[in-house]
Design a protein around this ligand. Structure first.
Ligand code: IPM
Ligand code: MN
Length: 365
């Protein structure tokens, strides 16, 4: 993982926009509006190249990740994805599912390191099902391995049996552990490796390899081990104790949805998927929410926080990233929230209006 400090700041960058399905296009539109305010306010320039992925791409070309989308990403600094999937494609054969577009872009660009920050905010404590005293000071980073494990292992099914092989190699564990080590060095220097080493051989390999990487290369970082079942419990009983949580693909998928409830809504969680080169994919952790698609109800904050992660990690636009995050937090303090959080909530467009107004004013304040 490249250190942000090493990346020099350019005034122009190229971003591929992937609106996708369901509420994807709505939150993506919100991101585009915020990006144009950032351009005007901070004197930078973003070239947006919109491409197809997921169900929308299947409908247009029969392929959930068309070659044109891959080619556009090869030329870009980053991609911004809304969401993929929906009931319309549920009956499709395995190679014609929208989710495959997402899995293939992760594999194609080697996006092995998925960052899912979980930070609670006092203005949102009341929206979490957890008691307030558990939520104070929660600031953890889930580092989810994203390009291997049971998601990508050999798969087959007949009428009576099925198999999804979970396979990990030493190299795959080493590279994501190094990324987690670097992240921990910028935080509280602690990693919790989450596995099921009492049962799974892959977990035993993870423990051996990850422990050695941290001991040999990150002597200032402390690693503890936790079984995934216990981690699921401790996320609810003492979430503030975690710093970096490192885990394999499937465990990370499940634990990050669980952890979103600490923040109040899955609609608030951003993510970054990174490789060892310059390209990164940024997307909300939530899915395409077909039940509310097209109604203007979608929560755009997860997408906007993903934009902030993109500005920071792929473009090294730190000032702009901080300004956007600050404006979002001011909006939260003012109760500018969508209907997943309050029944009298604002629409996607209204929330976006408010964020844009504050951003435009932030250069002068
Ligand atoms: C996520 C999603 C995806 C995953 C799906 C849509 C394939 O749930 O990004 O967490 O399981 O990785
Ligand atoms: Mn998920």
């Amino acid at each position: 993982m490249k250190d942000n400090a090493e990346k020099s700041r350019r005034k122009t960058c190229q971003v591929v926009g992937l609106p996708g399905d369901g509420i994807g296009p709505e939150v993506y539109t919100s991101a585009c509006r915020v990006l144009s305010v950032i351009e005007e306010t901070f004197g930078v320039s973003i070239e947006l190249d919109e491409q197809l992925i997921g169900g929308a791409a299947i409908d247009a070309s029969g392929d959930p990740l068309p070659p044109a989308t891959i080619a556009a990403c090869r030329k870009a600094d980053a991609a911004l994805l809304g969401a993929v999937g929906g009931p319309k494609w549920d009956g499709n054969p395995a190679d014609q599912r929208p989710e495959l577009g997402l899995l293939r872009i992760r594999a194609e660009f080697n996006l092995f390191c998925n960052l899912r920050p979980i930070v609670t905010h006092p203005a949102l404590h009341d929206f979490s099902p957890l008691k307030k005293d558990r939520l104070e000071g929660v600031d953890l980073m889930i580092v989810r391995e994203l390009t291997s494990g049971s998601y990508f292992g050999k798969k087959w099914r007949n009428d009576d049996e099925a198999e999804d092989v979970c396979r990990y190699t030493r190299a795959e564990i080493e590279r994501v552990t190094r990324a987690a080590g670097q992240i921990a060095q910028q935080r509280d220097h602690r990693i919790t490796l989450v596995d099921k080493a009492n049962v799974l051989e892959t977990s035993r390999l993870w423990r051996a390899v990850a422990t050695a990487v941290i001991e040999n290369e990150f002597p200032d970082v402390k690693m503890e081990h936790m079984y995934v079942d216990a981690a699921a419990m401790h996320l609810l009983t003492r979430p503030a104790d975690f710093d970096v949580m490192l885990t394999e693909n499937l465990f990370g998928d499940i634990l990050s949805d669980e952890a979103s409830m600490l923040c109040g809504s899955l609609g608030l969680l951003p993510s970054a998927s990174l490789n060892d080169e310059r390209f990164g994919l940024y997307e909300p952790v939530h899915g395409s929410a077909p039940d509310i698609a097209g109604q203007g109800k979608a929560n755009p904050y997860a997408m906007l926080l993903s934009v902030a992660m993109m500005l920071r990690h792929s473009l090294a636009w730190h000032v702009e990233a901080r300004a956007l995050e600050r404006c979002i937090h001011v909006c939260w303090n003012e109760g500018i929230l969508t209907r997943d959080l309050r029944s009298d909530g604002y629409s996607t467009v209204e929330v976006t209006d408010r964020v844009c107004e504050k951003l435009a004013a932030s250069a002068t304040s």
